[in-house]
Design a binder for this molecule. Structure first.
Ligand code: NOJ
Length: 715
């Protein structure tokens, strides 16, 4: 018999339920320690999994208790939210998405896995695969933004990175596709609120990244906290047992979200822990994170005949199999056995710096503001985010040390040793105190150039960080307006570095600033990455992976909208519009300026007559008409003009990049499988419908800037 089956045969019910339980460790470095000291339960075999532990020595101490001190010696599975790095932080996922570079996404996940595994960990609760079209929702920062096709690419890249080719390797972590599914469209963008989306949206928008994750071999899946059309995801049999397990063949571990099983009581579908545990187990949830519902609720449920031992065994089997796949039985101390070399750590910082620089999106650049080119003797680096190391990492980063992060001020001091960097915060991120503004203005008076660092604090996006007003917090607007006015009077330019975990709705700022860089949260090397771009060492290439609204009332605004029967027509009152704001976003999906100036031409699409087995080749000529080398991103969209169900106005199907020197021309070639033109038909089954499809290529999702050629599909 296999090890797993032998163990199951030997286990008591209490030991089985221990394998289905995950508790926060007493070595948690963030948040409250809810479970207290779990050492007793580990020793008696009634706790098999931990989360939130940092440090290989602690991990080993706990692992020894389980392996050497418990009756059956089953190793612990220990996980942590390694979302965008562990000790070294890379840009937040939304920022990383702006690279449109799957290889880079894999690389940072690989590095994060190596660093986390060197701390003894075997599991991360990432990647987050929730399509995010509502910037009020704080968790968009953990996502790839608004587009499902991008989510598919991100899922593949991240899972490849975290898990590597061999899950048992010392540098690999079990990944977790979360939050399954449709967590993004919470009602009114309010965290943890209910979700109600159509079956079609599930099929077209929310499920594809998860399907890709399963196809990529993701080890675990986490259901979302939320209620979906009346059925909380933690108890959602059709989606967990049906779609995930039966239809897509996922046989890995389903781990609940934090206390989510107990929260089925608040959702109003369970009267007590017994019912909650029953519902979750029936739905296929294997590990109960933090509810203690399985240990407390399943024994009575078993007695009452609500669940069966074979259902419990099936869950235990999946957990033990994962531990086996991770190599934990073979060598529970493989991860964390060797400290990482200083070279590996330094190399990781370099990666964080270059990915950081590439994640920056230059939203605006006028009056030759960027890169800094005139001689500068004194540079004002002002604002509440200019010298704020604790904010640079952004949401998540349990193992980070704020003092390891490079601030903007530090980055510029290092990059421009001959320039005097003058700093004054002006205001705090969120306070009402405006007394510091004058000092900051005085600094501007002295300086040749002004870099104004404003935005949200790291804690203002991420979990439980919804916002209804998406402006600058605190007194930052008053401060920024004072700086703009003062600079104007002095005849100086203002370059704004905007930190945020979402598009901030600050049209006034975009109007007044000479240049704006979206810095999101760039991680450990933030200041160096920003200095690289501002000084021109690196030409910016990031593109916004989320449409940037001009008014909160436009939300949700995304390029993949379906057509209206009455599309906007300025000559006709009764068409789709607002009375008080344009339909247009401030910046389209994919927008991002470079130090070059690109012209796209000569779109060639072959073949023009397409059958389902074809691959369509799309070529477009790109010329850098600017004076500096830069990298252009070309997006490939499709639009099915007449179909049995309405199709989105644009559907993303590809992207490619090309680096060109001044005056150079090159060709970007993108390939599109005709099968990618399938869509869920009237009955929601995939169809490939004959007819005309537009193939569009261009620098962003602004239709006016896209080159178009039609192809004809034949069944
Ligand atoms: C709650 C979050 O929703 C989830 O994403 C995370 O992995 C868990 N807490 C564990 O920290």
């Amino acid at each position: 018999m296999s090890r797993v089956e032998t163990l199951i045969g030997d286990m008591t019910l209490a030991e089985k339920l221990g394998q289905l339980t995950m508790t926060a460790s007493s070595y948690a470095v963030t948040g409250p320690v809810i479970a207290g000291d779990s050492t007793e339960s580990i020793r008696d075999g009634t706790l098999g999994n931990l989360l939130n532990m940092v440090g290989a020595d602690h991990v080993f101490e706990m692992q020894r208790l389980a392996v050497e001190g418990s009756r059956l010696g089953i190793p612990l599975l220990i996980g942590l939210d390694i979302i965008h790095g562990h000790r070294t932080l890379f840009p937040v996922p939304l920022a990383e998405a702006a690279l449109f570079d799957p290889e880079a996404w894999t690389l940072t996940a690989r590095e994060a896995a190596a660093e986390g595994a060197a701390d003894g960990l075997a599991m991360t609760f990432a990647p987050m695969l929730d399509v995010s079209r509502d910037p009020r929702w704080g968790r968009g920062v953990e996502s790839f933004g608004e587009d499902p096709w991008l989510g598919v690419r991100m899922a593949e890249a991240k899972i490849r990175g975290f898990q590597g080719a061999d899950l048992a390797a010392a540098g690999s972590l079990a990944a977790c596709a979360k939050h399954f599914c449709a967590y993004g469209p919470v009602t009114a963008g309010r965290e943890y609120a209910a979700v109600d989306v159509s079956e079609r949206s599930l099929q077209e928008v929310h499920l594809p990244p998860f399907a890709a994750a399963i196809a990529a071999g993701v080890a675990t899946v986490m259901p979302s906290f939320t209620d979906l059309a009346g059925v909380p995801m933690t108890a959602n049999i059709p989606l967990l047992r049906g779609w995930l397990r039966a239809e897509h063949g996922f046989d890995g571990v389903i781990v609940s979200d934090y206390n989510a099983i107990a929260e089925l009581i608040n959702h109003g579908v369970a009267a007590d822990l017994v019912e909650a545990a029953t519902l979750a187990l029936k739905a296929g949830v294997d590990i109960d994170m933090m509810s203690d519902a399985y240990r407390r609720g399943l024994p009575p449920a078993l007695e009452r005949g609500l669940v069966t031992m074979s259902e419990i065994d099936a869950a235990v089997r999946r957990v033990l199999t994962l531990k086996e796949q991770l190599g934990l039985f073979e060598d529970p101390y493989r991860r964390g056995a060797k400290a990482e070399s200083p070279v590996a750590v330094a190399n990781r910082r370099q990666i964080a710096r270059s990915v950081g620089a590439r994640a920056i999106v230059m939203l605006k650049n006028e009056n030759n503001a960027l890169p800094l080119s005139r001689p500068v003797r004194q540079l004002a680096v002002i604002g509440p985010l200019a010298d704020a190391c604790a904010e640079m990492g952004g949401a998540w980063g349990a193992a980070q040390k704020a003092e390891d992060h490079v601030t903007v001020v530090a980055g510029f001091r290092a990059a421009l040793p001959k320039v005097e960097i003058l700093h004054s915060a002006g205001v705090a991120i969120q306070s009402k105190d405006t007394k510091g503004i004058q000092r900051a203005l005085d600094v501007c008076t002295q300086a040749d150039e002004i870099l104004l660092c404003v935005g949200e604090g790291a804690y203002m996006s991420g979990e439980a960080a919804s916002r209804a007003q998406l402006g600058l917090p605190g007194e930052q607007r008053a401060f920024a307006e004072a700086v703009f006015d003062h600079a104007k009077a002095l005849g100086k330019r203002v370059i704004v570095v905007l930190f945020s975990g979402r598009p901030l709705v600050v049209p006034w700022l975009f109007e007044k600033a000479d240049a704006v860089l979206a810095a999101w949260f760039l991680g450990s090397e933030a200041g160096n990455a920003l200095a690289d771009v501002v000084t021109g060492r690196v030409s910016p290439s990031g593109r916004t992976p989320i449409t940037w609204p001009r008014a909160v009332g436009q939300i949700p605004i995304f390029f993949g909208q379906r057509p209206s029967g009455r599309p906007f027509n300025p000559q006709d009152h009764f068409t789709s519009k607002y009375l008080d704001v344009s339909n247009e976003p401030l910046f389209h999906f994919g927008h991002g300026l470079t130090y070059g100036r690109f012209a796209l031409s000569n779109l060639r699409v072959t073949p023009e007559r397409v059958t389902e087995s074809d691959t369509i080749e799309v070529r477009v000529a790109v010329t850098n008409e600017g004076a500096r080398a830069a990298e252009e991103t070309v997006f490939l969209f499709t639009h099915d003009k007449v179909a049995s169900v309405t199709r989105p106005l644009l559907e993303l199907k590809g992207f490619g990049k090309i680096a060109l020197g001044p005056g150079e021309t090159g060709t970007v070639t993108l390939r599109l499988r005709a099968t990618d033109l399938r869509f869920p038909g009237l009955d929601l089954q995939p169809v490939f419908e004959p007819g005309e499809v537009e193939i569009l290529a261009g620098p962003c999702a602004d239709r006016a800037r896209l080159l178009v050629q039609s192809v004809r599909l034949f069944a």
